[in-house]
Design a protein around this ligand. Structure first.
Ligand code: F6R
Length: 241
């Protein structure tokens, strides 16, 4: 993994957006792996501006999101499908039919297997965008002493993740306790990974991922073993390195 430190989150977003632009220019039908959460929002805003100005074209791109809550309808304002539509897809020239978010409804195990098969069918993820949880999770792959889980799977959210995500719900009790998430294998199979981290709150997780051992207790640490992963950090997120 390579680590790049920028002055602030705007510069992180600018760098990330430029990577998207370069990769899409090289391969217009790029398969994107996308993330939700607060961290990528400035990057998505830049992608929207670049698309509006005709500098980046999503017309042939395909996308697969990392995760979704179990039990939330796509129209629920806290669902990740809703987030992606509102924060990105509604504002760029991507064909919505080419955008995919795992479904947390119905037979979720079956959905998980179908999601992996669909990504494989698409040729695999070319560019995977990630954030990092305060506990070092990537996607919703929570710290788990047993093993890195390879495939897309149903995960039980930790109390710290439930608390961190409660801001998007009326109250903490409304946060679903389970999610469907691309597994560690799906992330590691991406040809390129960029992980964004901004703010002091991410500094410890970033430090542990970059400087600590590779361990399932800090899932992002696996990215040290990825052949083409870059961490794009602001100074606060990098402050413990
Ligand atoms: C989101 C995701 C999560 C977030 C992480 C950081 O799709 O999979 O791993 O990237 O929880 O979230 P924020 O950016 O809100 O701090």
């Amino acid at each position: 993994m390579q680590v790049y430190v920028y002055r602030n989150e705007e510069q992180v977003a600018q760098a990330a957006a430029m990577i998207f632009a370069a990769e899409l220019a090289a391969k217009p039908n790029l398969v994107l792996g996308l993330a939700t959460g607060t961290t990528p929002i400035p990057t998505y805003q830049r992608l929207i501006a670049l698309n509006r100005d005709g500098l980046i074209d999503f017309s042939q791109a395909r996308s697969y999101n990392l995760d979704e809550y179990v039990g939330l309808e796509p129209g629920h304002p806290a669902s990740y499908r809703y987030f992606m539509n509102v924060k990105l897809f509604d504002h760029i020239n991507i064909d919505k039919a080419n955008t995919h978010v795992p479904s947390g409804l119905g037979d979720v195990k079956k959905n998980a297997d179908a999601y992996d098969a669909a990504i494989e069918e698409a040729g695999g993820i070319d560019l995977q965008l990630l954030g990092i949880g305060h506990n070092g999770h990537i996607g919703f792959n929570e710290p788990n002493p047993r093993a890195f889980i390879y495939k897309t799977n149903v995960v039980t959210l930790t109390p710290s993740t439930i608390q961190a995500n409660a801001r998007l719900f009326d109250k903490e009790a409304d946060v679903p306790r389970q999610a469907i998430s691309l597994g560690i294998g799906g992330i590691m199979n991406a040809r390129r990974v960029i992980l964004l981290a901004t703010g002091r709150g991410k500094a410890q997780a970033v430090r542990d991922a970059v400087k600590g051992d590779i361990t399932p207790l800090l899932p992002a640490s696996i990215l040290k073993a990825h052949r083409n992963a870059q961490f794009l950090l602001d100074e606060e997120a990098a402050s413990l390195l």
